[in-house]
Design a protein around this ligand. Structure first.
Ligand code: GAL
Length: 420
């Protein structure tokens, strides 16, 4: 009897106290139903791609408020710094854009900042929908840590078709033919190659390295199999210095999409950039194969320099359940087929509906399954962010000093430090 009385009293006390807790200090503590997605997708093409996935999410979960937290700056140069501050301060977004491979694993997973999400793959039957190699680079000690939404190609040469036709040139397939074409274009007063701010220089250099070394030796750079003073590396550094004679002089002040705009406007003839540039061209009303063409960057035919954007589940995500719902959309066929045609990337799932993709993306899908796949360093796949930063610094100095020997020595030092 006594215990029943105690229980009733307890229930009454809780009921009486609840409003006090909810309205503590006179402020109503609302239970928010939100989802904060963090990325650097602000430019034409990439922003529309994200919007398409958001629409799918909102149609499925109309009660959830979708917060699109973007920080502008290509390749995440600014977003990644903001993200690190937030994560260190215990203020993670619900889910954030992160490159599959070393960026995900070395920066976040090993540091214990992410929740394993193998269960999402199992529950949604994603395990069979992704190629094994993609699953491998998002896994650590038997658990999966992110959901890839796409595959991007880094080694693409984009060109203005009208300029090429007028100059009577075809897309250069080697460094030699690149320089011949560049000479011809310069003679006509056209900037041969568009270039932008620092990270795009590093982006260009990975393509030049691949062209000079070939896929096997390029891969070896990141696992100790190829020495950084290999003749191919020296040839790449020399070629890179020569390429700088053919780029726009205002490059260091431009965002990547502004350099892409030079090609649209006919100011520059070519651009070596990832295929998000294709998303940008299309967002400006261009049609692949009509106003612009594409080819593997010089000397890299048969190789696919890959990277993949993915989303993960940070530990302590404020809206964990909504983040899981988001990740489910990211991994779905529907989500990927809505996102990728706009983004200028191909699905990371193997069952994308090819008929939804344009001529360029169809060709990228074919190359993804038939080419030799190698990882991008600038976009997180090949090496840790620490190594990538060393690589970026070396290129920044190289552009100023143009000293081949100094650069090669610095590359050797960076490899020794980061391969430990
Ligand atoms: C890459 C990213 C792409 C695209 C690009 C330009 O790092 O993987 O999705 O956003 O940067 O910002």
């Amino acid at each position: 009897m006594k215990s029943i009385k105690t229980s009733i009293l307890l229930v009454l006390t809780v009921l009486l106290l609840t409003p006090a807790i909810l309205f503590a200090g006179g402020k109503k503590e609302e239970v928010k139903n939100e989802l904060e997605i963090f990325s650097w997708w602000t430019a034409g093409g990439e922003a529309e791609g994200l919007e398409a996935m958001r629409e799918i999410f909102e149609a499925k979960y109309p009660d959830v408020e979708f917060i699109n937290a973007t920080v502008a700056g290509g390749a995440g140069v600014n977003a990644k710094a903001v993200l690190k501050t937030r994560m260190q301060g215990g203020d993670p977004p619900d889910s954030f854009q992160v490159h599959a491979g070393h960026e995900l694993i070395d920066t976040w997973v090993v540091a214990g900042k992410m929740e394993p999400i193998t269960f999402i793959f199992k529950e949604n039957n994603f395990l069979n929908a992704y190629p094994k190699d993609v699953i491998d680079i998002i896994s650590y000690k038997g658990e999966i840590y992110s959901v890839p939404v796409n595959i991007h190609r880094s080694n693409v040469l984009w060109y203005n078709k009208q300029i090429f036709a007028d100059a009577g040139i075809t897309p250069p397939d080697s460094l030699e033919s690149f320089f011949a074409a560049a000479e011809k274009l310069s003679g006509k007063g056209i900037i041969p190659l568009a270039l932008a701010e620092a990270w795009t220089n590093s982006h260009l250099f990975e393509s030049v390295l691949l062209g000079a070394l070939g896929p096997g030796k390029y891969k070896g750079l990141w696992n100790g199999g190829t020495a950084w003073d290999d003749p191919g590396v020296i040839a790449a550094v020399e070629a890179f210095i020569n390429i700088l004679d053919y780029v726009n002089s205002d490059f260091s002040a431009l965002a990547w999409e502004a350099a892409a705009q030079y090609v649209i406007d006919g100011k520059a003839a070519m651009y070596i950039m990832g295929d998000w540039a294709e998303g940008y061209f299309k967002s400006k009303g261009l049609t692949p194969g009509k106003e612009f063409g594409w080819a593997p960057s010089p000397g890299t035919a048969g190789s696919f320099l890959m990277l993949s954007d993915s989303f993960g589940l940070p530990r302590g995500a404020p809206n964990r359940e909504n983040a899981i719902k988001w990740l489910t959309v990211c991994g779905s066929k529907e989500g990927q087929d809505a996102f990728n045609p706009k983004k200028g990337s191909i699905p990371s799932r193997t069952d994308g509906n090819k008929s939804l993709y344009d001529a360029y993306l169809k060709s990228a899908m074919d190359d993804w399954t038939s080419n030799t796949i190698v990882p991008s360093v600038m976009h997180g796949a090949a090496a840790s962010e620490g190594w990538m930063e060393d690589y970026n610094n070396i290129i920044t100095i190289l552009i100023v000093e143009k000293n081949v020997d100094q650069a090669v020595k610095a590359f050797l030092k960076a490899a020794a430090k980061n391969l430990k």
